[in-house]
Ligand binder design. Sequence first.
Ligand code: HEM
Length: 399
Amino acid sequence: MTTAEVPAFPMERVAKCPFDPPPEGMALLRETPITRVRLWDGSTPWLVTRFAEQRALLADPRVSADVRRPGYPSPAPVRPGGSGIGFILMDDPEHARLRRMVTAPFSVKRVRAMAPAVQNIVDDLIDEMLAGPKPVDLVEAFALPVPSLVICELLGVPYADHAFFQDNSKTIVRRDAAPEDRFAASAELTKYLDGLMEQKLANPADDLLSALAERVRAGELTRMDAAQIGVLLLIAGHETTANMIALGTLALLEHPGQLALVRDGDPAVVDSAVEELLRYLNITHNGRRRVALEDIEIAGEVIRAGEGIILANDLANRDPDVFPDGDRLDVTRNARRHVAFGFGVHQCLGQQLARLELRIAYGTLYRRVPTLALATEIERVPFKHDGSVYGVYELPVTW
Ligand code: HEM
């Protein structure tokens, strides 16, 4: 096959079924576990479509997440000299060393202890929403403030700065933003976090940035690494969960039978709805990106050292061998094996926190606002086809 004949990487979900992976991707999932695709820069990395092969590769130490390596299949131009977004794009042992410095507050036990605070945030926002005019944009009024308030509290970032960091973070995750704008937004956020780090060095508090500042003081971490970890946690902590709250709500409004099950409030159903919505919606829709360090034989092909690999987790989450009838949203399904949080050493650090926020948000919103309804036609909802995290820009709702 010549380069021109290699099919383009399937990017766009289609308006007709905004919750499903692109139809070209679904066709590839049916045809083959692994194939070549063409990217925006003309490169032709491997696309891995199925669940078993993806988990095998994501757990394979011969596979690198280092964006600076030649052959890395980047979804957009990369800033010369590195990414600037912390350990998510690094390999072990450096990745593990840095990740370990911030794992403690994300453990199951520590996250469980945050439940009352998250419940208060959710209740207060719903009170405010109900007291205000309608229709209202659910993204602005609820989906974005819930995780932003939570991550600000955990990191020790002033929520009063939310317009600044949300705007910059929005630019960073827009795939179609001009590269200079993305680099500038990333530099702005790094500078902002570095300023906070300076404050925490002078006046430590009981928060994660102060813990990082302590590592800087002890000489275990550079100021730059600390600021970049702060940027990573701030972006990852609110962009993803906010999109899951809004898009998950839209998916449920479009499936009233499923919404009724969640609204009934049985904690076991709310829990399984969280996993099922993560699987079904798969908001990190551009796939995990990696590059082979050695030749790797898989599914009858050989991925050569230096070749790029895209693990399409949205397709793996529809793999019929693992999720029968996977195109159907079924909140009673046991979907816990999904790869919406990735797999292997880079598996989402914040997954317990995300689960807690989603459980409380879905479990409270529909119960307290039982008549919640979309205030526009679904065709008019602006979807984030251009984002590296999928979701909706706005969701007008009424009740
Ligand atoms: C529903 C919400 C979320 C989804 C769907 C999600 C998804 C993911 C995925 C797929 C990865 C793997 C990246 C890769 O392998 O290349 C990841 C990594 C990561 N996530 Fe999340 N995430 C969510 C919420 C959060 C939250 C709330 C935080 C809190 C700070 C967070 C922090 C991180 C970090 C730090 C990493 C990098 C881990 C590493 O490289 O070792 N995420 N996330």
